[in-house]
Design a protein around this ligand. Structure first.
Ligand code: P1T
Length: 398
């Protein structure tokens, strides 16, 4: 295994963490290990691999890599592959974490969340596990502290949130969790560890939809959990194996490969992000722009404290409601109108009709997810080409 030194920078870790040339052939990339089962020399005697749901070398390489990138300090001897756990999707990762909670527990969660997370919480686990969810504006830590009670087992935040890009003070949330003995978890999908490492702020578990920036090429669906806590890691390993929502070896490989370029991709996403957000903010057909890197962002100071850049996601409200947003979304050329985010190609979408349709209309209205709202995922094409594309599409809006 390449020896990662404490002074090694982020991109060095992206390329080497958790990986080493194959000991048999010297192959530089870990082989994709498709075998579902492993031969034993005598019952119970094997090389540490029994069955692929429980143990898979390609998945392990990916789990070690993402655990290191998120700053988990656990090592191999803890038998938990560095505190990283990879799942078949982001939602599978969240569902498995929810399986850690006792039935009927309370979860205090950000009010603005990916629509599918909302649906899993409210329409599935509230029924099947009796979990109770209280949604608060977690960008105000006092609201989180006030909602935590003796029944609370988890504080769940996204930051920046999807799609309103509210920024949550991670150190403040971690402190509330520690004060009350409540587990804290952060969905770090919108930042990736290139921009923000929640464990370093005291958060207990980091979650990703690795479908997004980690995979980075819109060609794989996956999810991860990472923790630096050895007891929790042991429980998550047990749950990952018991529930079985594991990532397949080919998808683990694609995540591992995509993540090699995470450092340089995120730098480019963010460079374009601030340019496009600045342009949109000055545009007469745009009512409001939300981007953590803009001084106008309500939590800009917290973003500067815990994020290395503003990232690649921008949310903007066009003047003129649905007619305006529809015309605009039909007129872009380089931006592809599609769900998802975080790929090398620029994507754009309409949260109210697309990614957040499963959030009740009243909640959407309260959060500002209205008909004029569009969400940009800046890719790594030339920034000038993207700005020209957006400017041209805005010129079509009457
Ligand atoms: O799609 P999946 O890999 O299961 O991940 C779910 C998920 C979890 N958390 C966040 C913050 C997400 O954005 C997502 C998926 N989001 C989209 C598909 C989207 O377009 O917003």
């Amino acid at each position: 295994m390449a020896h990662i030194e404490p002074h090694h920078g982020f991109s060095t870790r992206c390329i080497h963490a958790g990986q080493s040339p194959d000991p048999v052939t010297g192959a530089v990339m870990p082989p994709v290990s498709f075998s579902s089962t492993y031969a034993q020399s005598s019952p119970g005697e094997h090389a540490g691999f029994e069955y692929s749901r429980s143990h898979n070398p390609t998945r392990y390489a990916w789990e070690r890599c993402i655990a290191r990138l998120e700053g988990s300090e656990l090592n191999e001897s803890d038998d938990v592959t560095y505190g990283g756990f990879a799942f078949a999707s982001g939602l599978a990762a969240i569902a498995t974490l929810l399986d850690h909670l006792p039935a009927n527990a309370k979860v205090v969660a950000s009010d603005d969340l990916y629509g599918g997370t909302h649906r899993l919480f409210r329409q599935v686990r509230a029924r099947s596990a009796g979990l109770r969810f209280e949604f608060v504006d977690a960008s105000d830590p006092n609201q989180v502290a006030d909602a935590v009670d003796a029944e609370t087992a988890l504080i769940w935040v996204e930051t920046p949130t999807n799609p309103m890009l509210k920024v949550v003070d991670l150190a403040a949330i971690a402190a509330i969790g520690k004060e009350h003995g409540v587990l804290t978890a952060c969905d770090n999908t919108f930042c990736s560890p290139a921009i923000q490492q929640p464990l370093t702020h005291g958060i207990d578990v980091v979650m990703h939809s690795s479908t997004k920036y980690l995979g980075g090429h819109s060609d794989v669906v996956g999810g991860v959990l990472v923790t630096g806590n050895p007891e929790l890691a042991t429980k998550l390993r047990f749950l990952q194996n018991s529930v079985g929502a594991v990532i397949g070896p080919m998808d683990a490989y694609l995540n591992l490969r995509g993540t090699k370029t995470l450092g340089i991709r995120m730098a480019r996403h963010a460079e374009t992000g601030i340019k496009l957000a600045t342009m949109l903010e000055a545009h007469p057909k745009v009512e409001r722009v939300v981007y953590p890197g803009l001084a106008s962002h309500p939590q800009h100071a917290i973003a500067q404290k815990q994020m290395r850049s503003g990232g690649g996601m921008i949310t903007a409200t066009l003047a003129g409601g649905l007619d305006a947003s529809r015309t605009f979304l039909e007129s872009v050329n380089l931006f592809t109108l599609a769900e998802s985010l975080g790929g090398v190609e620029s994507l754009i979408e309409h949260p109210a009709i697309m990614t957040h349709a499963s959030v009740p209309a009243a909640d959407r209205a309260a959060l500002g997810i209205d008909d004029g709202l569009v969400r940009f995922s800046c890719g790594i094409e030339e920034a000038d080409d993207l700005l020209e594309d957006v400017d041209h599409a805005l010129s079509k809006v009457s």
